[in-house]
Design a protein around this ligand. Structure first.
Ligand code: NSS
Length: 429
């Protein structure tokens, strides 16, 4: 049994092959059926000629609808008109699973495609995106391994809210209310005292009421935490990691990028160091570009677009005002109105893909901030303990996997970066 991709080669011409997959397109004319077969590796054209296959198989081929699963044997021939330049001239055509009239045809509304997501994920675009995502993940996993990070498995059910209580999902947990994790950060922080460098890939949950093309209610969060690392060291990890991920995808997925019509020239240019711009400088730049904002304003999608639209390399914005960021970040001694933190903005207008910081080690400051935010300090006692027994400077960050996929694949909307997007409006299918 060969894959579709393996068939498309000069060496196969004149040879007998067998393939299996799903019918992607089909039409018949006179005594010939032209079917295009799709499998995990791509598509290949098959011609089934009356007389070359048993009569009942020819009848089955004329009737077989889109998405029927089939096994086909035949001889490979060159044909310039066929996708990929080769086709199989069938001598056997077996239907394994018939298909009813497939509900997805060429021009469909976004809503219908979301209702039929369980079928739409068979599309070649979604398949290419899944492969690129896997390749980005593999690039990251290898980078972490080569750099002595240990992969750990933090909990998803939790009592803490690192990113604030407004986006928490509550869960009934026996006789109490707990939360779905927004971030594994605090658990990763607890693990650096033994393992020093850790990372994790977990689902994170955000009750994001606003509908935007870059927010999901559930996303895959790749987080790292490391002892003895300051904010600058944290950014070095990010630029190396992102470069390794993008390079791996470029190496493994050239066909997928082509299928998505993603121009990869700018992706090829990505390498450390990425420019660092302070929040203050970002404000100045944005004001010059006509944005009506002042010191203390948050950077939203619109501002991040202005900052990155003319760039090909990601950009760090560092040292945000404290009121814009969570309580756990380290105060910036050079300007105590700000934190030692960074957001990494992807280029080409895309915007934030990573948030990271050095962590506050002063428990008195942490308590003060928690009280200011009216958080229930009792749930954080264990977190404060971490600073009581051998505290060390440490930093970490979180990378949104669907965000990086959206940028790398240049998708219009983050929902296409995951097979089953969860948003305010949707948990089906
Ligand atoms: O809220 S973050 O900016 N930061 C944290 O959660 C830290 N506790 C991470 C850490 O330091 N360990 O989220 C991190 C990233 C952010 O840059 C986005 O890329 C992504 O997580 N993110 C999201 N992706 C998709 N949908 C939503 N709603 C979302 N929120 C954050």
């Amino acid at each position: 049994m060969l894959s579709a991709k393996e068939v498309l080669s000069k060496d196969r011409v004149g040879k007998k092959v067998e393939v299996r997959g799903w019918i992607y397109r089909t039409r018949s004319s006179g005594g010939i059926v032209f079917a295009v077969l799709r499998d995990a590796t791509g598509i290949v054209q098959v011609t089934i000629k009356k007389g070359n296959v048993p009569e009942d198989q020819f009848a089955a081929a004329t009737k077989a609808g889109i998405e029927s699963s089939v096994i086909i044997a035949g001889e490979v021939a060159e044909d310039k008109r066929a996708p990929g330049g080769y086709e199989i001239r069938a001598s056997k055509f077996l239907v394994v699973g018939d298909s009813e009239a497939f509900p997805i045809t060429e021009y469909q509304s976004t809503e219908l495609l979301l209702d039929l997501r369980h079928l739409w994920i068979r599309s070649r675009e979604q398949t290419a995106i899944s492969r690129i995502k896997a390749s980005l993940l593999r690039g990251a996993r290898e980078w972490y391994h080569e750099n002595d990070y240990v992969e750990v498995t933090p909990p998803i059910i939790t009592g803490v809210a690192p990113e604030g209580s407004t986006t928490l999902f509550q869960v009934k947990y026996y006789d109490r209310i707990v939360y779905l994790s927004q971030s594994a950060q605090f658990y990763l922080e607890s693990l650096i005292y033994s393992l020093e460098r850790v990372w994790a890939l977990t689902p994170s949950f955000r009750a994001e009421k606003s509908r935007t093309p870059r927010h999901l209610s559930e996303y895959w969060h790749m987080e790292m935490e490391a002892a003895w690392v300051d904010n600058e060291g944290n950014m070095k990890v990010q630029e190396e990691l992102v470069t390794a991920m993008v390079r791996n995808a470029l190496k493994e997925c050239p066909d997928e990028f082509k299928l998505l019509k993603r121009d990869i020239r700018s992706l090829k240019k990505i390498e450390p160091p990425f420019e660092r711009m302070s929040y203050d400088e970002a404000m100045e730049y944005l004001q010059k570009k006509g944005h009506e904002i002042s010191w203390g304003s948050d950077l939203g999608a619109v501002e991040e677009r202005t900052l990155t639209i003319d760039r090909e390399i990601p950009l760090f914005v560092v040292n945000y005002p404290k009121e814009l960021k969570p309580f756990y970040m380290k105060e910036n001694p050079d300007d105590p109105r700000t934190y030692k933190n960074s957001d990494l903005l992807a280029p080409e207008g895309f915007g934030e893909i990573i948030g990271g910081s050095e962590r506050e080690t002063d428990n008195a400051l942490i308590m003060e901030r928690l009280k200011e935010k009216c958080e229930d300090t009792k749930s954080y006692e264990w977190y404060l303990d971490l600073r009581k027994y051998g505290s060390v400077p440490h930093s970490g960050f979180g990378l949104g996997m669907e965000r990086i996929v959206t940028w790398v694949c240049k998708l219009d909307h983050i929902r296409d970066a995951t097979p089953y997007p969860r948003t305010v409006a949707r948990v089906y299918p």
